[in-house]
Design a protein around this ligand. Structure first.
Ligand SMILES: [Ca+2]
Length: 467
């Protein structure tokens, strides 16, 4: 009991002090429960936007994710450390922000140097392997061979349908019936990343469905947009007419409302197929009896703009890009069927898995275990979360970073543009109030959080003013 009290006091101190932490002592004290260590199945999708899941949007058919959410918990304010594939995966695996582990965009060089070669930072896979977990990987790596960064089994799959990855995962689960040791299975699906290739039977499900358009949809970015998503001719350039024509869904979303509806139908169809594959994996967990002691987590490596703010792709600090669908299912949960409003981040996954496994966390992780909000879903975890994308276009100078509280989001670009959004009154982030006197106090507070976070991760860009 005493240990629990000190743990709560510690967390309260963390909340009031922002996100300064070393979580190792907490992780140690949390391992006292005399129960079998849980298994972990993490299904990580690629570019799944937060509003494109059935439990948030009834147009999207994801019955399996919806059920997992009803029987588990849904995180309503989950942010990704960075909205770009390789860097985001590196952050999930290391529990660090990109500027800390060194892979800031699509180039995996920093991760390979700091994590694979020099082992300056452990991955969650390596620590769980060392703690006696059987670890396995399938799907998309983006960071080289997974066995080189801590997984004992499995390899990258190039199959864009993800059938290979889910077949591997189901075979892996089937074998668990015979084993006593806990396991950690990482299923990194490639869907719903472009090119969208929905089989006709899945596309058919959306053929006559009316696709609502978000209120922040624009046919192209407004002049002066802080987000230039690339240069004409580059793969993701929003306004590349040639690549955005209907019938070629390999590039970012096309321009008009009708075109975005067509793109979105294909996008939802791919998400529904992924949901079906997830359903198969969950059924395997059930029929093998493995589910009883398995923590199942679903999340995406970043979101996606479906024409929101006139943009496609991700790599922005808008909600469409940095907020992700995320849920946790575990028969051992004390509270089920709840939506958790606390601010959580993808860098929290590492310390949370270690916490649930009773494995001490290393010093200096960027995130917090969110186990406390599993036990008390209404509790707060921290004052703010941060996200960064400082390697846009593979180079410095076009980047941006954000800090977000429950109510406010502050964005700072490499050109020192500032944006402030009221996330309660302006969910779609259509009105930047950074320059208004009435919000100056809030702006100064958020600037302070930004300064604190930038110092912590070693962001070398000029700090925002302190007044
Ligand atoms: Ca991605």
């Amino acid at each position: 009991m005493t240990r629990e009290l000190s743990r709560n006091e510690f967390l309260k101190a963390m909340i009031s002090g922002g996100m300064a932490f070393t979580f190792s002592n907490v992780a140690r004290s949390a391992s006292s429960a005399p129960q079998a260590r849980p298994n972990f199945v993490v299904v990580l999708s690629d570019d799944h936007a937060c509003r494109s899941v059935g439990y948030s949007n009834p147009v999207v058919q994801t019955p399996h994710l919806d059920r997992l959410g009803r029987e588990g918990v849904i995180f309503e304010q989950a942010s990704i450390a960075t909205p770009i594939c390789a860097a985001s995966r590196a952050s999930l695996l290391t529990g660090l922000y990109p500027q800390q582990h060194g892979t800031i965009a699509l180039d995996s060089g920093g991760f390979l140097e700091n994590v694979v070669k020099n082992q300056r930072f452990p991955t969650v896979a390596r620590l769980l392997s060392e703690a006696g977990y059987d670890t396995a990987f399938c799907g998309k790596s983006h960071l080289g061979p997974p066995r080189e960064y801590g997984f004992a089994e499995g390899e990258e799959s190039r199959d864009t349908s993800d059938d290979d990855a889910f077949a591997f995962a189901e075979r892996f689960i089937e074998r668990r019936k015979e084993k006593e040791t806990p396991f950690f299975l990482w299923v990194a699906a490639r869907q719903p990343h472009i090119p969208l290739q929905p089989p006709p039977e899945w596309l058919e499900r959306y053929r006559d469905v009316d696709i609502p358009i978000d209120p922040n949809f624009l046919e192209s970015p407004p002049s002066g947009s802080v987000y230039n998503q690339g240069l004409p001719g580059e793969q993701y350039y929003r306004d590349s007419e040639a690549k955005n024509s209907i019938g070629n869904l390999s590039a970012g979303p096309p321009r008009t409302k009708e075109q975005i509806r067509e793109f979105t139908r294909a996008y939802y169809a791919v998400i529904s197929r992924l949901d079906h594959q997830i359903g198969g994996l969950v059924e395997k967990l059930q029929t093998t009896g493995v589910q009883e002691n398995t923590v199942f987590i679903y999340l995406s490596d970043n979101g996606y703009h479906l024409g929101n703010h006139g943009l496609g792709n991700k790599i922005t600090m808008h909600e469409e890009s940095v907020r992700i669908p995320m849920l946790l299912h575990w028969p051992g949960l004390s509270r089920k069927g709840v939506r958790i409003p606390a601010l959580v981040s993808s860098v929290d996954l590492f310390p949370t898995l270690l916490d649930l496994a009773g494995v001490p966390a290393p010093e200096g992780l960027a995130g917090l275990s969110f186990k406390p909000v599993l036990e008390e879903p209404g509790a707060s975890l921290r004052s703010y979360v941060a996200s960064e994308c400082v390697g846009v276009g593979g180079k410095r100078g076009m980047g941006h970073r954000m800090v977000r509280t429950v109510r406010w989001k502050y964005i700072l670009t490499d050109k020192n543009e500032e944006l402030l959004f009221d996330e309660q009154a302006d969910t779609y982030e259509m009105e930047n109030v950074a320059g208004r006197e009435a919000y100056h106090e809030t702006l100064v507070q958020l600037r302070g959080y930004m300064r604190e976070w930038m110092a912590r991760v070693g962001d070398t860009h000029t700090l925002p003013p302190d007044a």
